[in-house]
Design a binder for this molecule. Structure first.
Ligand code: ADP
Ligand code: MG
Length: 256
């Protein structure tokens, strides 16, 4: 679906990503993990033409999307959910969904919004509430639903777990897996909550200082103790043999 090859990109003249190549197969969940500042968000920003692409190629279903203005990429079938969700706090849940479906006709948008409330019952419950009054997890679900309003071929998700309590982040991750399994959406997800992301992902890339240090089966990366402890804060637990534990390093703040 999406092929990024030999990408070098950054901001201004600053290079953040070096010769990076990733492949996002159709209907799969591809995850990119790595420490803070590795360049995960920059990768998504490069695809969205927000960051500066110096060299390399970005293909969506074999046609180049390099240099296409950000606002035109939705029409090409890409939905981008930025790190902090981006919902309109002053609008109701319903109006947020309609806003996201601006490219659709009025009746299409209405049907699609209806469908979103079926997929995410929590949105139905709060359909007339202002988005600003939702909890962090609910807002994240709304942001995902807004991404889906555009009937995307490809969803780009940036650290959905940011600032969520672990149990809420877990729920959001399960919704992402469900999106792949039940809706057949192709997803490229960037995550700091590496353990859970690797468990639900198909293929994974480990990004460190703008370079790919691992690419391959997502769950297999969990069995690379050195990479896990060095870059992902996942410690090999000697008590449990083959089990791995998430270290307390990245605890989310309280939510709800
Ligand atoms: N708008 C920007 N201008 C300049 N440098 C940036 C900008 N955004 C991010 N960076 C730098 O790019 C590097 C990668 O950042 P980022 O892609 O946000 O990492 P990650 O998402 O993996 O935490 C960092 O060194 C960061 O300081
Ligand atoms: Mg980031």
């Amino acid at each position: 679906m999406l092929t990024v090859s030999n990408l070098s990109s950054g901001y201004g003249k600053l290079k953040v990503l070096y010769d990076l190549s990733i492949d996002v197969p159709e209907k799969e969940l591809t995850v990119v993990v790595g420490p803070n500042g590795a360049g995960k968000t920059t990768l998504l920003c490069s695809i969205m033409n927000i960051a500066n692409v110096f060299s390399g190629e970005i293909l969506l279903q074999d046609s180049s999307i390099k240099g296409i203005p950000t606002h035109n990429l939705a029409q090409k079938g890409i939905s981008y959910v930025p790190q902090m969700g981006n919902v309109f706090a002053e609008l109701t849940v319903m109006d947020n969904l309609h806003m996201a479906g601006y490219m659709l006709s009025k009746s299409e948008a209405k049907d699609k919004a209806e469908q979103m409330t079926e997929i995410f019952p929590v949105l139905k419950k709060f359909i007339h509430r202002l988005a600003g009054t939702l909890s962090g997890g609910e807002r994240r679900m709304l942001a995902i639903a807004m991404g889906l309003m555009k009937n995307p071929k490809l969803m780009l998700l940036d650290e959905l777990s940011t600032d969520l309590a672990p149990i809420i982040a877990e729920r959001v991750m399960m919704e992402v897996a469900r999106m792949r399994d039940e809706l057949g959406i192709t997803i490229l997800m960037v995550e700091q909550m590496a353990k859970r992301a690797l468990e639900i992902g198909d293929t994974a890339y480990l990004l460190v200082s703008g370079e790919v240090k691992y690419s391959g089966d997502a769950s297999a990366l969990l069995h690379e103790p050195e990479l896990c402890s060095m870059y992902l804060g996942i410690k090999h637990s000697s008590d449990k043999g083959k089990e791995f534990e998430l270290s307390v390093m990245d605890e989310g703040s309280e939510d709800n």
